[in-house]
Design a binder for this molecule. Structure first.
Ligand SMILES: C[S@@+](CC[C@H](N)C(=O)[O-])C[C@H]1O[C@@H](n2cnc3c(N)ncnc32)[C@H](O)[C@@H]1O
Length: 235
């Protein structure tokens, strides 16, 4: 096994390590201050990020891509690596500190700078995003288990409104966290978690096309890929 000490790392690697540390620090701070919307201690790991981005760059025609809840950009980096030459990417992020960090990265990271003219950072909650643009791919990092059942329903209605016909939605949930939490919760909390479970089951039964189990993540996660019927828009 190789171990690279900071002293022996190349300047490039040092810059990347510094950037990663800064992202982890920001994520941890936001987890403590805005737990409800941040929902995780750490950004998604590389395997999980790759699985979430795996449906990007698979079409011949230019695609409109929406990433919901990009945070510090762990998944975004993988989305950007797969963008087709005429694809457009919208990043919808509620948290202003995360949005600022994404804008900074678009101006300073070479891979991000190269696609920056085709990327928009929309600092707002996704439920308020105007539905005049139809997206071919939607990648979501939202922490669904932290939301009320009604709000999860509202988020999925919005995903359906934002979807172009046959759009693909990819999102994740941590393995076994919801049932384990439900087991040791009071009645109200159990009702909320069971409600979210039912709602997701309904979505899976109707639209799921694939799912992947990512064990190499902390904690392990399911990635769900749904093909949504989408809304046909008249111009
Ligand atoms: C679990 S973190 C995921 C971050 C990143 N995608 C990753 O995997 O590392 C959830 C993200 O969703 C954002 N978020 C939560 N509610 C949101 C909403 N209603 N609209 C847009 N973003 C939201 C949070 O600010 C946070 O960046």
């Amino acid at each position: 096994m190789y171990r690279i000490s900071r002293r022996h790392a190349s300047p490039d690697l040092r810059t990347r390590m510094r950037q990663k540390l800064a992202e982890y620090r920001l994520f941890w701070r936001e987890f403590r201050h805005t737990f409800q919307s941040t929902g995780a201690v750490l950004p998604s790991g590389r395997r999980l990020s790759r699985a979430l981005a795996s449906r990007v760059g698979t079409a011949a025609a230019p695609q409109r891509i929406l990433e919901v809840g990009p945070g510090t950009g762990a998944v975004t980096a993988e989305v950007i690596a797969r963008l087709g030459p005429a694809d457009q990417l919208d990043l919808v992020e509620l948290n202003p500190r995360f949005a600022a960090s994404l804008r900074r990265r678009l101006a300073t990271d070479a891979a991000w700078e190269a696609v920056a003219p085709r990327v928009r950072v929309l600092e707002m909650p996704v439920e308020e995003l105007a539905t005049d643009v139809a997206y071919d791919r939607i990648v979501s990092g939202l922490p669904l288990n932290n939301f009320s059942c009604e709000f999860v329903a509202c988020i999925f209605e919005q995903f359906h409104r934002l979807a172009a016909p046959e759009a693909e939605l990819s999102f994740f949930e941590y393995v076994a966290v919801r049932p384990a939490k439900a087991l040791c919760s009071q009645a109200d909390e159990r009702r909320r978690l069971v409600g979210i479970q039912r709602l997701l089951q309904h979505q899976f039964a109707a639209w799921q096309v694939a799912r992947q189990c990512i064990l190499a993540n902390v904690p392990p996660a399911w990635v769900h890929h749904l093909c949504l019927p989408g809304v046909t828009r008249c111009n």
